[in-house]
Design a protein around this ligand. Structure first.
Ligand SMILES: Cc1cn([C@H]2C[C@H](O)[C@@H](COP(=O)(O)OP(=O)(O)O[C@H]3O[C@H](C)C(=O)[C@H](O)[C@H]3O)O2)c(=O)[nH]c1=O
Length: 183
């Protein structure tokens, strides 16, 4: 697995080595040893799977507050999505900057999103499916969210949004006094 850094510290893209033969292909999706430089003392405690039907549908932007802040590793196992991380760490040099990458069942890329970063994605192909590996368990009381279309962040989404949850459309907009998340 090759780990590619991005301009946002801790946000990385892992390239998966796919071994092909006449039967098809094999790839190692997760390896604690290979990902030790990223995981440190963290462990995967929950794996989630989402299916999203409509191209243009958008989920996010989500994160969890301390003490259940989480690192997420996200893979697309069917279809194609535009996957985005936003740096909400007040002391980070890339505070309020975002990074996006196309994840697909074809390119086998995995996005690593550290604690203090919000995550969201837009579906580019119908019936796309994601697998999320989480280092903290789901804790509704620690859920945080921000708007995918917040002008302060100005994320470039490839398609017009065709479907979004009431919760995700209702996150408050950030203002110039926003001081980020505490970790
Ligand atoms: C995360 C989670 C959710 N739920 C329940 C809560 C809701 O009743 C339902 C859907 O949850 P939510 O609308 O938060 O799911 P998404 O909007 O698809 O959020 C997902 O996509 C965005 C982009 C992410 O980054 C989140 O980590 C990921 O969970 O599942 C659970 O029961 N367990 C869980 O671990």
């Amino acid at each position: 697995m090759n780990l590619l850094p991005t301009k946002i510290a801790g946000v990385q893209v892992a390239e998966t080595i796919r071994i092909a033969d006449q039967r098809g292909a094999f790839a190692r999706f997760f390896c604690e040893n290979e990902l030790a430089p990223v995981l440190g003392e963290r462990h995967i405690v929950q794996i989630n799977h989402s299916r999203t039907s409509q191209p243009g549908a958008l989920r996010g932007m989500h994160y969890q507050h301390a003490p259940h802040a989480e690192m997420k590793m996200v893979r697309c196992i069917k279809g194609r999505v535009w996957d985005v991380a936003v740096d909400l760490r007040r002391d980070s040099p890339t505070f309020l900057q975002w990074h996006g990458v196309e994840l697909s069942a074809e390119n086998d890329l995995m996005m690593v999103i550290p604690e203090g970063c919000a995550h969201g994605f837009q579906v580019l192909e119908a019936e796309s499916e994601l697998l999320y590996l989480h280092t903290a368990r789901y804790t509704p009381t620690c859920e945080g969210g921000m708007r995918h279309d917040d002008p302060l962040i100005d994320i470039a989404w490839p398609l017009a949004v065709t479907d979004i949850s009431d919760r995700d459309r209702s996150h408050p907009l950030l203002d110039e006094h926003y001081s980020g998340v505490k970790l």
